[in-house]
Each structure stands twice: as C-alpha cells, then as structure tokens.
Ligand binder design. Structure first.
Ligand code: UDP
Length: 192
C-alpha cells in the first residue's frame, strides 16, 4: 500500500475494509505486524521526539486516527481515504478472532478494568481464546514479555497509553509472531 507523509509521518493509505482484510491475511500467514493508530497529538509529538519518530517509522502500518490527519493529507493534495481508529479496528479483529478461534493477549489498564474487559470479551466472543492478560502497572517488564511469549498469541492489544504502549510494542514485538496494536484507552471502554 502507498504511504502519504503528513508532517513527517508516513501514513499507510488504506480504507478500513482494505486494512482489515490485510490484517486477516497477515494473521492467517502468521506474520509479525506492528500497528500504530496515530492522531494529531502523536504526529506533533513525533516531530519533537526522535526516538518516537523512529518507532513510528518502523511500524508496519501507521494509520490516521483522526479526521485532522485525513484533512491534512487533503491540504497536501494527497489521499488518505478515511480515519482508522484503534478501538474500531480492535473490535473487528476480536470478531474475526472469534470466528477463527484465535488467541488474544490483553495488556494494560488498571487491574479492575482489565479484569472486567476480559470478562466482557469472554462473554461477547466465546470462541476466541484470551490466552493471557496483565494490567498496565507492572515493574517487571521482562516478566510480562515472558508471559506474552509463553501465551503464543495471534493478537496482542496493548493499552498502556501513548507513548508507552508504542515503545513497549517496538521493543518487544519479537516475543510473538502476532498482530500487535496499541489501543490507548480502549479497555476502559470495553470494561464500561
Ligand atoms: N495505562 C496503563 N499503564 C500506564 C499508563 C496508562 O495501563 O502506565 C492505561 C490507563 O489505565 C488507560 C490507558 O492506558 O487504560 C490509556 O491511558 P490514557 O488515557 O492516559 O492514555 P491515552 O488515551 O492518551 O493513550
């Protein structure tokens, strides 16, 4: 897929539907993939932070999580078809994981929140397997990485907030051949 540069960040130019089909194919093929859904705040942060800019540059898919970015592309006479949000993408991937009995690891949010989110996912998507989960307030990062590795997930949803989740994924995504995505405050919504 072509990329479109908005304020120095290369976005994948793709519709929601194309993106999901690509991710389903990636998952079926067992590919290791990193997704960042970047909003304007993230783009501005990347302009001031070299380390974060590198994390974005090395993601497999950086998609526009905000109409501001889609509009920005238009002003530059480039085309990003539409906004792609982490939350909606996660819901679609959960539904697909349910249909294909895939393994899902959930990392992040406060202990009571992640516990409730896992219970809701187990209820709503009974055919996927939550192969592991951990709250987002840990000291022993390596132990969490080992837990993910042992769980052999197909999907890792990481809700540690920005930019922490993206650094975590960047650093540790070799722990599992999975689709890794930062999902911000999504577990709070799922637990809701
Ligand atoms: N979070 C976490 N660990 C942290 C910081 C945040 O698990 O060290 C979680 C927080 O509980 C919330 C999510 O990350 O569920 C998103 O946090 P926030 O709203 O601060 O971030 P943003 O929405 O800006 O990404």
């Amino acid at each position: 897929f072509p990329t479109v540069s908005v304020l120095g960040v290369d976005f994948t130019s793709i519709t929601n539907e194309q993106f999901l089909h690509q991710l389903y194919a990636d998952s079926q093929a067992g590919r290791n993939r990193v997704i960042v859904t970047a909003n304007p705040e993230i783009v501005l942060f990347a302009r001031q932070n070299q380390r974060y800019a590198r994390v974005l540059a090395q993601a497999d898919y950086t998609v526009p999580d905000g109409v501001g970015i889609v509009d920005g592309a238009k002003i530059l006479q480039q085309s990003l078809p539409e906004r792609i949000t982490g939350y909606d993408t996660m819901l679609s991937l959960l539904a697909w994981a349910n249909d294909h009995q895939k393994r899902v690891f959930l990392l992040g949010a406060k202990p009571a929140v992640i516990q409730k989110a896992v219970a809701n996912i187990n209820h709503d998507y009974p055919n996927l397997q939550v192969c592991g989960w951990h709250d987002g307030y840990f000291d022993d990062e390596q132990a969490v990485v080992e837990q993910i590795k042992a769980a052999e997930p197909d999907f890792v949803f990481c809700a540690l907030g920005f930019p922490k989740q993206d650094y975590f994924i960047h650093q540790h995504h070799q722990a599992a051949a999975a689709i890794w995505m930062g999902v911000g405050g999504s577990f709070d919504v799922l637990a809701g």
